[in-house]
Design a binder for this molecule. Structure first.
Ligand SMILES: NC(=O)c1ccc[n+]([C@@H]2O[C@H](COP(=O)([O-])OP(=O)(O)OC[C@H]3O[C@@H](n4cnc5c(N)ncnc54)[C@H](OP(=O)(O)O)[C@@H]3O)[C@@H](O)[C@H]2O)c1
Length: 295
């Protein structure tokens, strides 16, 4: 049995599907049984509960040969750090009490640094908690920004005819397909072929700037002229709050973009054949089912 957190999300859903396709028994976790229905129909055991509830997670992890863990981001939480800390502690308690020996943990590029990276600081803290677990083999996956983040930009593209963020337009980032993260995670959960604490940085197929990615995304939307506009940090923060995100989440997000702009979120190992993943952004956008959302 392999247990997967965040099973309705970007990476978790794909991890579950890959494991089922490989004939594995899978326990898929989320907060809502109906949302997990499609995975149940594919053969997963589904368990609904709060990812901040250590007793729920302990039940879900117990008996698993390996688990996939993550800190789902709560964009509306008035105290983001506290919300992530509480979920992080619940995961650690459940890992201790369930006695799971192999853990694949979704972290992020930049999580090597204890401060100055906004949202990523909570992932650094979680890495440190995981590293302190005894007798547990931990694989820390550190991907860069997901291609899927561009889907979050659809409303602004629709309403304002631009893509906007606070990252510098030509700053190249090794953006990655969540599918490629899931492939690495699923393989590790099945093979359990590492021991101790192992960090694996995951970069996309190539470094890509927001300007270039916006053009490619725009072409897929039938808007080849779509422009990327860099917002000043404060304007970006306000736009996020107006869109319903909490002040703390928006502030930390903007701090993270500044860390990108200042080259403080970097792969420690540089780019290598081993940390480069296959999916091109062009192929990702070609595969999107956008018809209903297409502005
Ligand atoms: N996006 C990026 O560019 C990026 C880059 C590096 C690292 N990361 C990290 O990757 C992790 C997220 O991974 P992911 O993208 O695979 O997952 P995800 O799609 O963001 O979320 C996974 C699941 O979490 C649940 N969820 C949503 N909001 C929640 C909330 N407020 N409280 C509790 N659960 C909630 C949802 O499931 P249900 O609603 O069905 O329960 C969702 O399907 C985060 O830790 C993030 O920091 C992201």
């Amino acid at each position: 049995m392999l247990t997967v957190m965040g099973a309705t999300g970007n990476t978790g859903k794909k991890v579950v599907e890959l494991l089922l396709a490989a004939g594995q028994q899978v326990r898929a976790l989320g907060r809502s049984e109906p949302r997990l229905g499609a995975l149940a129909a594919q053969g997963a055991e589904v368990l609904a509960g709060d990812p901040g509830d250590a007793a729920f997670l302990t039940r879900a992890f117990r008996g698993a040969s390996a688990v996939y863990v993550m800190l789902p981001a709560d964009r509306e939480s008035p105290d983001y750090h506290e919300a992530q800390r509480a979920k992080g502690e619940a995961i650690i308690q459940a890992l201790r009490e369930s006695g799971v020996r192999h853990v694949v943990a979704l972290s992020s590029l930049g999580a090597d640094q204890p401060e100055g990276t906004g949202l990523l600081v909570t992932l650094h803290a979680q890495e440190e908690r995981l590293k302190a677990l005894e007798n547990t083999n931990i694989l820390l996956l550190r991907p860069a920004s997901f291609f899927e983040n561009f889907l979050d930009a659809l409303p602004i593209i629709q309403h304002q005819g631009i893509n906007a963020d606070a990252v510098e337009p030509d700053h190249a980032i090794p953006m990655i397909a969540s599918r490629d993260i899931a492939e690495v995670a699923a393989r590790a959960l099945v093979q359990r072929d590492w021991s101790g604490i192992v960090v694996r940085e995951l970069l996309g197929q190539r470094d890509l700037s927001y300007r270039e990615a916006t053009r490619i995304f725009g072409a897929r939307l039938g808007r080849p002229e779509l422009d990327y506009v860099q917002l000043p940090p404060e304007e970006m923060r306000q736009a996020m709050v107006q869109a319903g995100m909490s002040e703390t989440f928006a502030g930390l997000y903007v701090q993270m973009t500044q860390a990108f702009n200042e080259d403080r979120v970097q792969p420690r190992a540089g780019r290598t054949a081993d940390n480069t993943t296959p999916t091109r952004f062009e192929d990702f956008v070609a595969g999107l089912a956008l018809d209903s959302a297409n502005p």
